[in-house]
Design a protein around this ligand. Structure first.
Ligand SMILES: Cc1cc2nc3c(=O)[nH]c(=O)nc-3n(C[C@H](O)[C@H](O)[C@H](O)COP(=O)(O)O)c2cc1C
Length: 395
């Protein structure tokens, strides 16, 4: 998504400048061509050398001075940018953007560009909540700037409050989402499920499975970055909440079923990557079951079969099948039985595939029953492969 995108990163004079070196590095590692423009104050905190080394591009700090060509640098940068991100954004630069001041390179580029601009404020709590800053941010929002709200926590002054620079992951997610907002899923509503459900035995114990949720989260993020409106229904996972996605947290397979039925009423696509329980305890004890020499026999009953319950829904349905044997035959049977449009089958015993890994080796089977074996790739790449097929079905 970020490959070959030209990103102009505006860096201003706040204490959080050092954290933005990480953002510059991550953007560059993702394949973006990052051009940093620093205000004079920003160079008091970190030298341009840091950003030049991280991005491989010359950092611009001056409006005037010797030039390599007759290009007008601020217009050239403004025109070339696919996206601008200002991090950290000081109270001062926010005020300048709001009033249209163009007295240095960064303010001039922002005024001249027609690319989307993301502003990441970072400052002391009192500056952030000052009505001047609040109103300036409102003005920018009305003009179409994206503002990532400052986070809460310990500030450089030692005080607690709102004013921290948003985490790099949140800035990265917002950048990817903004770049993809006019993608091939624009206007489409997609419901994605993720994670392994937890079925309570008593108030402290549950039965679950090894699903990490990584595949579902990758599908949710990939769909978001192609312009979809995404609802992610997720069982408990160790993963951070993706930005720009409507998140519904569930625990049990019954809750998963209820939320899927609700969310798919208005959906165009459902991708069922959650590992819902197949068997659930017949009864859940109200109190913690005591340890006993006699052991414990649990009676399990069949869990609701979500895909069967929604098999007549008028939306594209994508299922997953994790198997340890007879992969393709079992997956094909599920595809037809539950009226799926696609099924993604993976042999969880394979190296680098299945639960918890960042990669997956899958076989995709469509309604014609023909299996398409894909090589080992990242879960994000698998997600895009699935969405490439879904977008064709939507047409
Ligand atoms: C040590 C130090 C830390 C500062 N941290 C911040 C900050 O986090 N946020 C902010 O808005 N201003 C901060 N300032 C004030 C700005 O540097 C000042 O308003 C400056 O004029 C901003 O210039 P610029 O917006 O052109 O980069 C800080 C100043 C100093 C000396």
């Amino acid at each position: 998504m970020l490959k070959k995108k030209i990103i102009v990163l505006g860096v201003t004079g706040g204490i959080a400048v050092y954290k933005v070196a990480d953002l510059a590095s991550k953007l560059t590692q993702s394949g973006a061509d990052v051009h940093v423009v620093m205000t004079k104050s920003a160079t008091e905190f970190v030298t341009p050398t840091t950003f030049e080394a991280l991005t491989g591009n010359t950092v611009v700090t001056e409006m005037f001075g010797p030039r390599a060509s007759h290009d007008i640098a601020h217009i050239k940068l403004a025109d070339a940018a696919d996206l601008m991100v200002i991090a950290p954004a000081t109270a001062n630069i926010i005020a300048k953007f709001a009033t249209g001041i163009a007295d240095d390179m960064l303010t001039s580029v922002v005024l001249a560009t027609r690319a989307p601009v993301i502003v990441c404020p970072a400052m002391h709590h009192n500056m952030y909540t000052n009505p001047a800053t609040v109103e300036n941010l409102e003005t920018l929002k009305k003009r179409g700037f994206t503002i990532i709200p400052a986070a809460h926590g310990r500030l450089a002054s030692g005080a607690l409050g709102y004013g921290r620079l948003p985490d790099t992951a949140i800035m990265m997610g917002t950048i990817e989402m903004t770049l993809g907002q006019n993608g091939d899923f624009k206007g489409k509503k997609i419901v994605v499920t993720a994670g392994g459900t937890q079925e309570a035995i008593d108030p402290v114990r549950f039965i679950s499975n090894r699903s990490s949720g990584k595949m579902g989260y990758a599908v949710a993020e990939a769909a978001r970055d192609r312009g979809a409106q995404v609802t992610l229904i997720t069982a408990p996972t160790a993963l951070p909440d993706p930005v720009g996605v409507n998140i519904v947290k569930i625990k049990s397979v019954v809750q998963l079923r209820d939320e899927v039925v609700k969310a798919t009423q208005k959906a165009d696509v459902l991708v069922m990557s959650a590992a819902g329980a197949d068997f659930i305890p017949k009864n859940t004890a109200a109190q913690k079951i005591k340890k006993s020499d006699a052991g414990l026999a649990l009676e399990l009953v069949k869990a609701p079969d979500i895909l069967s319950e929604i098999k007549d829904g008028k939306f594209i349905k994508v299922g997953f099948k994790a198997e340890t044997q007879n992969l393709v035959d079992n997956a094909r049977e599920k595809l037809y039985k539950t009226n799926l449009d696609l099924i993604v089958a993976n042999d969880v015993t394979k190296e680098g595939s299945g639960f918890g890994t960042d990669t997956n080796e899958v076989t995709i089977i469509s309604k014609d029953g023909k299996p398409e074996a894909l090589p080992l790739m990242t879960k994000r790449e698998v997600a895009d492969q699935i969405l490439d097929r879904v977008v064709k079905l939507l047409k």
